[in-house]
Write a protein that binds this ligand. Structure first.
Ligand code: CUA
Length: 227
C-alpha cells in the first residue's frame, strides 16, 4: 500500500503490474535521454554567435532530426502495444468477481458460489479504532485466492466509478448500463488497497477497495462457511 513519501509506484503484487513498472522505467530512461539532449541544445543557444555564412538550406540535418525522433517513438510504441494486449488478455480464469460501484460504496458478487454477495463500506477511523487504515479500510473485504487467474466484471448503478488497485495493475471504469471486464492475478498473500478513480460525487474519496489475498485452501474454507 502507499505510505508517507512514497514517490515511486507501489510494489507490484501481480505479473502484469511488474510489466507496467518495467515499461515505466524503460520510458523514463528514454525521457531522461531526450531531456538531457534538449537541455544541452538549449544551453548551447546562449553561446550562439548568430553568425552562419551558409545558413540557406539544411536538408541533411532536417532529415536527421525527423528520422531520429521517429525511431525513438517506435521504441516506446512497440512495448506499449505489447503491454496493452497483455493487459487485455484473459487466460482461462478460475473464478469471477463482480464489482458494482454505488454512490458511495462498492458491492461484490461471487456468482460462481451460490451467489455470495455483500456491500463493502469504508469504516470509521478514530481514537478508539486506531488499528484500521485511515480512508482505506472497509467492513467487508474482497477475499480472493492467490496464484489464480481471476476475472473481474465491473459495472455501476448510478454514476461512473472506477475500480482501481495500483499494486495489481488494475484500473477499469464502472459504467451504469455497461459491463466491463478485466483480469487479475495476485502472486502473493496480503492485503491490497485501491480507491475509486473516477470523480463520482461528494464522497468519491470514501469508497475504498480492499482485497485480502489468501491461499486457495483458505479461500474454499471461507466461501464454504459464508452465511
Ligand atoms: Cu466512485 Cu469516485
Amino acid at each position: 500500500m502507499a505510505t508517507w513519501s512514497n514517490f515511486n509506484l507501489q510494489n507490484s503484487a501481480s505479473p502484469l503490474m511488474e510489466q507496467i513498472i518495467f515499461f515505466h522505467d524503460h520510458t523514463l530512461i528514454i525521457l531522461i535521454m531526450i531531456t538531457i539532449l534538449v537541455g544541452y541544445l538549449m544551453i548551447n543557444l546562449f553561446f550562439n554567435k548568430y553568425i552562419n555564412r551558409f545558413l540557406l538550406e539544411g536538408q541533411m540535418i532536417e532529415l536527421i532530426w525527423t528520422i531520429i525522433p521517429t525511431i525513438t517513438l517506435i521504441f516506446i510504441a512497440l512495448p506499449s502495444l505489447r503491454l496493452l494486449y497483455l493487459l487485455d488478455e484473459l487466460n482461462n480464469p478460475l473464478i469471477t468477481l463482480k464489482s458494482i460501484g454505488h454512490q458511495w460504496y462498492w458491492s461484490y458478487e461471487y456468482s460462481d458460489f451460490n451467489n455470495v454477495e455483500f456491500d463493502s463500506y469504508m469504516i470509521n477511523y478514530n481514537n478508539s479504532n486506531i488499528n484500521n487504515f485511515r480512508l482505506l479500510d472497509v467492513d467487508n473485504r474482497i477475499i480472493l485466492p492467490m496464484n489464480n487467474q481471476i476475472r473481474i466484471m465491473v459495472t455501476a448503478t448510478d454514476v461512473i466509478h472506477s475500480w482501481t488497485i495500483p499494486s495489481l495493475g488494475v484500473k477499469i471504469d464502472a459504467n451504469p448500463g455497461r459491463l466491463n471486464q478485466t483480469n487479475l492475478f495476485i502472486n502473493r498473500p496480503g492485503i491490497f488497497f485501491g480507491q475509486c478513480s473516477e470523480i463520482c460525487g461528494a464522497n468519491h474519496s470514501f469508497m475504498p477497495i480492499m482485497i485480502e489475498s489468501i491461499s486457495i485452501k483458505n479461500f474454499i474454507n471461507w466461501i464454504n462457511n459464508y452465511s
